[in-house]
Design a binder for this molecule. Structure first.
Ligand SMILES: Cc1cc2nc3c(=O)[nH]c(=O)nc-3n(C[C@H](O)[C@H](O)[C@H](O)COP(=O)(O)OP(=O)(O)OC[C@H]3O[C@@H](n4cnc5c(N)ncnc54)[C@H](O)[C@@H]3O)c2cc1C
Length: 476
């Protein structure tokens, strides 16, 4: 697998989080939990999923007492470091139909629209500019093989009556939106937006405090004991709560009940210095996000100060679904691939220096869709499996988890995210060995494709395995 050395090293903290903390001024970190606290609902994790759940519960039932604990500060996890590309499931209909059938796929696509509406409403009422921009998503074919995928995607949308949600663009139409010598035809998804992810997380943090949620930062959960009530242990205290929500993202994969259903991959991004003239020279003056049609896709968007973020979903896999492994955040080869993607796809930015690079764990479920459930015979609920696509889906998670906590049968708790039986992945060591081999093979094939040469026969054979075996991850 080729990997070029990146021009910056991976950083512990995202450019987004630094910018958000600087822009909000001297907001004090919430004090850690000391002693015992008894509440109706305890939420663990101060990312989008935990914060949307807290806000939704308070809006539906203002009388509930809620405590939220976060191991670090709110927004320090994936929610403060992602690409900030926000879209539901119209662009994932193939995955959705395979996992849920026609009606299930349409149900989650509609829920994605409800989430876009909900985030838009929050963006307009939260009192901060969180850089919410609804410019759609431009998905380009950057090789001939990628171009071959377009017909099947459009046919799938047509079969489902969803043709209004995707438009095929000619080469000229693509170039008019974003010019690049490697871009061919493309697809435009109008129902997509971008956001400043860390500003969104921080605005949600402020909103839950304003609603009266008790927030404790620098307070890791050490253990949770289910019961009536359940008990959460922290380093210097304990929470006693009737209902518990675990919103700790990839860390959930370490739980026995959840581990069979998720595998931990990683995604990496680079952020450039401002490049206003270069963006103008390539016609990228609109608000659309950008992605290619690789399986380990490149994803990209601009910032308000004319930087470009380029991500690569090709980071290493973790053995045993271990979420803290260092190679999930500090893999130079993955940063190198994100930078190589930037320079190849957008050569007008060839000489623009990078300001920052970072990475994070991705919780990929066996069918690449998230799941929001209650651990059997307990009142412990959780959200997991966002599969690298969680900005929109964590809003849905917040609604679904609130419905599970309140025992409400409604349009949220009836979604397949809450109701479908979960497929499992093979156990270790087969899972890690298989996923690593398939990842390497797919990367080799996709790189050969970009260089217009044939991939080695072994790589082609291994990359074809997931499809042959009927798996839903790793299918090109
Ligand atoms: C590099 C990267 C790029 C991405 N790009 C996109 C994108 O463009 N669009 C998109 O839709 N999705 C994207 N994603 C995915 C998206 O960011 C996630 O799916 C989403 O943020 C998950 O939100 P969360 O609240 O579940 O997790 P998190 O934001 O990770 O929140 C979980 C929180 O739980 C805390 N925690 C963990 N363990 C404990 C404990 N024991 N006690 C207390 N607290 C604990 C963590 O500190 C963390 O703050 C990307 C992810 C990465 C890593």
């Amino acid at each position: 697998m080729r990997s070029s050395l990146p021009s910056v090293d991976p950083s512990d903290r995202s450019w987004w989080l630094d910018e958000a903390l600087k822009s909000e001024g001297n907001v004090p970190t919430a004090a850690p939990l000391e002693g015992e606290c008894t509440v109706d609902v305890a939420i663990v994790g101060g990312g989008f999923a935990g914060l949307w759940t807290a806000l939704t519960l308070k809006r539906r039932r203002p009388d509930l007492s809620i405590a939220l604990i976060e191991a670090s500060i709110c927004g320090s996890g994936a929610s403060g470091k992602n690409g900030g590309k926000v879209h539901g499931y119209w662009s994932s209909l193939g995955t959705a139909v395979q996992a849920l059938g026609r009606n299930g796929a349409l149900a989650i696509a509609e829920a994605g629209d409800w989430a876009q509406d909900g985030i838009r409403t929050f963006a307009s009422e939260c009192g901060r500019d969180i850089w919410w921009r609804e410019g759609g998503n431009l998905v380009v074919a950057a090789t001939s093989r990628q171009e071959e995928k377009i017909a099947a995607i459009v046919e799938q949308a047509r079969e489902l009556g969803a043709e209004d949600h995707v438009t095929v663009l000619s080469v000229e139409e693509v170039q008019a939106r974003c010019a690049s010598p490697v871009f061919r035809r493309g697809l435009f998804y109008p129902d997509a937006a971008t956001v400043h992810p860390a500003r969104l997380a921080r605005a949600l943090r402020q909103a839950v405090i304003d609603q009266g949620v008790s927030l404790f930062e620098n307070t890791p959960m050490l253990s949770v004991t289910p019961g009536n009530p359940s008990r959460i242990k922290t380093p210097r205290g304990q929470i006693i709560a009737r209902e518990v929500v675990l919103a700790t993202n990839a860390a959930l994969s370490e739980r026995r009940e959840i581990r069979p259903h998720v595998s931990i991959f990683s995604s990496y991004v680079v952020m450039t210095e401002p490049a206003q003239d270069q963006l103008a020279s390539m016609n990228w003056t609109g608000d659309e996000g950008l992605a290619d049609l690789r399986m380990f896709l490149h994803y990209s968007r601009k910032t308000e100060d004319n930087r470009v973020l380029m991500g690569s979903g090709s980071g290493p896999v973790s053995y045993g679904a271990h979420a803290q492994a260092r190679h999930l955040t500090h893999d130079k080869a993955s940063i190198g691939r994100a930078e190589a993607g930037l320079r190849r796809l957008l050569p007008a930015l060839r000489d623009i220096p990078l300001a920052r690079a970072w990475g994070g764990a991705i919780d990929v479920s066996a069918d690449r869709l998230p799941f929001f459930k209650t651990i059997p015979d307990t009142r412990i609920h959780y959200a997991c499996g966002f599969s690298g696509h969680g900005v929109n889906a964590t809003y849905i998670a917040g609604q679904c988890l609130a419905s599970l906590v309140l025992n409400e049968r409604d349009r949220w708790s009836g979604l397949p995210f809450c109701t479908r039986p979960l497929p499992s992945l093979p156990p270790e060591p087969f899972r890690f060995t298989g996923a690593s081999a398939i990842r390497s093979a797919i990367l080799a094939c996709e790189e050969a494709d970009e260089q217009n040469r044939g991939a080695p026969a072994l790589a082609r054979a291994v990359a074809a395995l997931p499809k042959l075996l009927g798996l839903r991850i790793g299918v090109r």
